[in-house]
Design a protein around this ligand. Structure first.
Ligand code: TYM
Length: 332
């Protein structure tokens, strides 16, 4: 089976609808056809300040949401990044073949650091994409299912793999981003030209898996749309409606064209009401299952430890080859 790797940050107590559609849905669909590695990337989360107690809770809660959404730990390798030291170790090596300017051109870094100011921005945030490259390259990953916002990081990963291979000999598989068009970017419901994100300007635009279903329904029904009444997919002129159609299509498996036809001549109210039901029916079982899984944290930790053992075995082999190729003397 071809190898697949992906991960999400445990930087809040809930994943959001963008994470669910942009990543998790594809992860679940792909886990049987791929040798899949799904990681909770806690090392990435600490590049912005975290409260230790919350980080610990959010890490378990993120893993629980993966499982609740359908990730099967017996079918794939599910683990916590910091439990496999090779991630940080390979990141150091890759950081040493990454240009300072090259890392500085990452748009996510530029956006985040511009918001925070340079002294509040950590060096870890700057080297974040290098750690992400290490995550991917350790496992011989072929496919990386992510949302559109990760495309540039994947390009850097490919560049670093090729650079290492040409300097030190063929070592890494050069991975590909897997970014299906329909699910690539879900927008904020209250501000449909901005990406849905944890750091949303207002909570109204952000649908969380762990929200109360009533809150979710209300957010969908209050989504910002436009003044005409035509249900038509046209992201440039009708960002709000187009976003609702993308969400609807991703969660129902129906095509956008079929949805446009169904709602032709009906008001936006009908579309929103039906979509609210679809979203609630999708997310509320995930939320319930997550809460159940969290009742037994010891069992969750045990499942994650099994994953970490499996991941460690593969990762250490890659790291040993890398250390050898760059000229480190291996301890006997
Ligand atoms: P993170 O934690 O920000 O997001 C997790 C996944 O959700 C996708 N996503 C979205 N997709 C569609 N619409 C949105 N509004 C939306 N918001 C988020 C992201 O693209 C991502 O796939 N750097 C990564 C984590 C990471 C990683 C990796 C991913 C670390 N190492 C190795 C893949 C492979 C991140 O910050 O994702």
């Amino acid at each position: 089976r071809p190898l697949l790797f992906s991960g999400m940050q445990p930087s809040s107590d809930s994943l959001h609808l963008g994470n669910y559609i942009g990543a998790l849905l594809n992860w679940v669909a792909m886990q049987r056809d791929f040798d899949a590695y799904y990681c909770v990337v806690d090392l990435h989360s600490i590049t912005v300040a975290q409260d230790p107690k919350e980080l610990r809770a959010n890490t378990r809660q993120t893993a629980a949401q993966y499982i609740a959404a359908g990730i099967d730990p017996s079918e794939c390798t599910l683990f916590i990044q910091s439990q496999v030291p090779a991630h940080a170790e390979l990141a150091w090596v890759l950081g040493s073949i990454t240009g300072f300017g090259e890392a500085g051109r990452m748009t996510q870094f530029k956006d985040k650091s511009a918001k925070q100011g340079s002294d509040a921005t950590s060096v870890g945030l700057f080297t974040y994409p290098v750690l992400m490259a290490a995550d991917i390259l350790l496992y011989g990953t072929e496919q990386v299912p992510v949302g559109e916002d990760q495309r540039q990081h994947l390009e850097l990963t490919r560049t670093l793999a090729q650079r290492f291979n040409s300097r030190f000999g063929d070592t890494f598989v050069v991975p590909e981003a897997y970014i299906p068009k329909e699910s690539a970017k879900i927008y904020d419901l209250a501000n449909p030209t901005a990406k849905m994100s944890k750091s949303a300007a207002s909570p109204a635009g952000l649908v969380n898996i762990m929200d109360d279903p009533k809150v979710t329904a209300k957010k969908i029904k209050s989504a910002v749309t436009d003044a005409d009444r035509e249900v038509r997919f046209d992201p440039e002129n009708k960002a709000g409606i187009s976003n609702l159609l993308s969400i609807y299509s991703s969660l129902s498996g129906r095509t956008i064209t079929a949805l446009e036809q169904e709602y032709d001549g009906r008001g936006y109210g009908d579309l929103k009401k039906d979509l609210a039901e679809v979203v609630v029916d999708t997310l509320s079982p995930v939320r319930t299952r997550t809460l159940e899984l969290l009742e037994d944290p010891a069992e969750l930790d045990r499942l994650l430890a099994v994953g970490a053992d499996k991941a460690t075995a593969t990762a250490e082999k890659t790291l040993a080859t890398v250390y050898d190729r760059i000229g480190f003397i291996r301890r006997r």
